[in-house]
Write a protein that binds this ligand. Structure first.
Ligand SMILES: *Cc1c(COP(=O)(O)O)cnc(C)c1O
Length: 348
């Protein structure tokens, strides 16, 4: 701290990302990255952008990418916002759409960046407990609020809220903005984007970091009513006119266009998830039902932080949260069959 800090900075509690180790030989199952590389077509599209044109600014509106997203989901480009990772998109949503008088609601166990954004933008919030099976119970959200946000599937549990429940929530709260953070939806659920044309209080966010294997490129998006998108464009154009560079626009667009690669790789992850779930259950783990590219598991006879530490000694890293209710769980990213086998060997 120094005397040059703006006063509010001393009270910020920043997000702590999962470890990105410098050691290449580790089996990395801790930050929900995709074990398969990006689409070769996306890589080629990015390589083609690395030329003399880099002296020019990129398209500030990322029109090509918005069109690719709109085509993929059957919406109009006016319903699409894109940003530098969905974390940035979420930050603009908190800033531009969730600063109101009543509290923002989100589950007690959910993405740990939400309270950080509330701290950054001075937003009051209340955490609504998941039920005993770690599921979101929408009836519990029937209390004064100005907005509701949750990941679907939820993180770090992996549990999916069905589309019908989301529809009920939207109908029950017509004057609340409901933000559905679909970082993991491609691994086992139906996107709520199919509802945006019917509900002006719904905003859906997605990322290319997980199901499209582009965590290193930093591209995320939101889909919703054009009036919601307009607020995000205002924030973005008051903050950074060019959040996506030329390579990101080209690579992300090509990734959306390459449906075959997307479908093949996400299916491999889903198949491995089902296999690893059964293998961990055979070792006595309790595994929550996951619709994501990770599983959340606990073992009745082994302390989770101890397990995580012992796995790390053997070169396998998983995520452990020192947090009430979930301190005995490990969050394990689904890897390739070889990576998953390395985990099982280390556990043995
Ligand atoms: C990974 C993740 C994000 C962030 O994605 P980026 O696009 O990489 O910023 C957002 N929400 C949840 C729930 C996530 O797990």
């Amino acid at each position: 701290m120094s005397r040059f800090w703006s006063p509010f900075v001393k009270d910020l509690v920043p997000y702590v990302p999962g470890e990105q180790p410098k050691l290449a030989r580790l089996v990395k199952l801790n930050t929900n990255e995709n074990p398969y590389g990006p689409s070769p077509k996306a890589l080629a599209a990015m390589a083609a952008e690395l030329n003399d044109n880099l002296r020019l600014y990129p398209d500030p509106n990322s029109d090509r990418l918005k069109q690719a997203v709109a085509d993929h989901y059957g919406v109009s480009t006016g319903q699409v916002f894109v940003g530098n990772g969905s974390d940035e998109v979420l930050a603009h949503i908190f800033h531009g759409l969730l600063q109101h008088d009543a509290p923002l609601l989100f589950p007690d166990i959910s993405y740990s960046f939400y309270p950080v954004y509330c701290g950054l933008y001075g937003i009051e919030y209340e955490q609504v407990p998941l039920d005993e099976q770690f599921q979101i119970r929408i009836a519990d959200y029937a209390r004064p609020n100005s907005g509701i946000i949750f990941p679907n599937p939820n993180a770090p549990t992996g549990c999916l809220l069905p589309l019908e429940a989301i529809e009920q929530l939207l109908t029950a709260h017509p004057d609340s903005l409901v933000v559905v953070d679909e970082a993991y939806i491609d691994f086992g659920g139906d996107s709520a984007i199919s509802l945006v044309s019917r509900f002006d209080n719904l905003l859906v966010t997605q990322t290319l970091s997980k199901s499209r294997s582009l965590a290193g490129l930093r591209v995320g998006l939101a889909v919703g009513h054009p009036d919601l998108i307009e607020a995000l464009e205002r924030i973005k154009n008051s903050f950074n006119s060019y959040p996506l560079d030329r390579a990101a626009i080209a690579g992300a667009s090509a990734a959306f266009d390459d449906r075959a690669y997307f479908d093949a790789t996400r299916q491999k992850v889903i198949d491995s998830r089902e296999q690893l779930t059964a293998q961990l259950q055979a070792k006595g783990f309790e595994v929550l039902p996951s619709a994501a590219n990770f599983i959340f598991a606990r073992h009745p006879q082994h302390d989770a932080s101890e397990l995580a530490a012992r796995l790390r000694e053997q070169g396998v890293i998983v995520r452990h949260f020192k947090q009430a209710r979930i301190a005995q769980f490990l969050r394990i990213t689904i890897g390739t069959p070889e990576m998953n086998q390395a985990l099982l060997d280390a556990l043995a």
